[in-house]
Ligand binder design. Sequence first.
Ligand code: ADP
Ligand code: MG
Length: 250
Amino acid sequence: MFIETKNLTKKFGGLAAVNKVDFHIEKGKINAIIGPNGAGKSTFFNLISGFHRPSSGTVLFKGTDITKLPANKIAGLGISRTFQTTSLFEQSTVLDNVIVGHRLRTKSNLFDAILRTKRLKREEKACRDKAMEVIEIVGLTHASDKMVASISQEEKKRTAIALALATDPEIIFLDEPAAGINSDETQGLINLIKQLNQRGLTICLIEHKMSMIMNLADHIMVLNYGEKIAEGTPKEISSNDDVIKAYLGG
Ligand code: ADP
Ligand code: MG
C-alpha cells in the first residue's frame, strides 16, 4: 500500500474533525477526498503531511509509520502538498517564491531556510534550475520573473503547485486547487493535474464541488462530519445514497 491511514482521528476540544478514518491512496492514481465544508478534508491532509498531530491512529507511507514525523521530514520522503489558502510572497517573483518555498518545506525553520537560500542562490545553480524546471512543468515559464502580486489567481494556483513539485515528490496533495477561479481556468488546472499524473505523479486532491472530481478522479473518499461515509469509483460515489444525502441534506 502506498499511503494508508488507520483509525486516523483528530479532535479539537470536543469536536472530532477527523474521526477514525481508514483510507488508502493508490500509487499512480488520481485520488480525491470530497465532502461538504467543515467535513474534515483539510484536517485530514494536515494529519498526513505532519502539520497536525493526530489524537489517535496511524499514517503509513509504503508500510512505514510516519505518524510522528515532523512536516519537513515527511516532505523529504516525497510527500508534498499545497494549502487551501495560498501563502505566496506577493512582492517576490514567481521564481523566488518557488526557490524559497522549496527551502521552507525541507528545512526545519525559516531562519535556516533563508540562510540556506542565500547561500544556495550564490553557490548552487542547480537550485534555480530545479525551480525553473517545475515552473515550466506548470506552464509558467513566461511569468517566472513577474511579481506574484501581478499575476492572475490561476497563475498563483500554478505557482503553489510548482512549489510543491520542487521537492521532487512521489505524491502531491492539492487542497482545493480550483477554489476561487472561474470555470475556464478550472479546466486548465484539471488538464495540469492530469498531465502531472501522466508523468507518474500520484495525486490526492480535495474538492468540495463533486462535479469537478467526477471526470478526474480514479478513487474517491467522501468525508462528512469527520467520518468516511463512502469510498469508491466516481460511478459508485455518484450513486451512493449516503453521499447524495450529505450533499443535498446539508
Ligand atoms: P474542510 O477542509 O473539509 O472544510 P476542515 O478540516 O478545515 O474542513 O475542518 C473540519 C472541522 O474542524 C471544522 O469544524 C473546523 O471548524 C474544525 N477545525 C479545523 N481546524 C481547526 C483548528 N485548528 N482548531 C479548531 N478547530 C478546527
Ligand atoms: Mg478545507
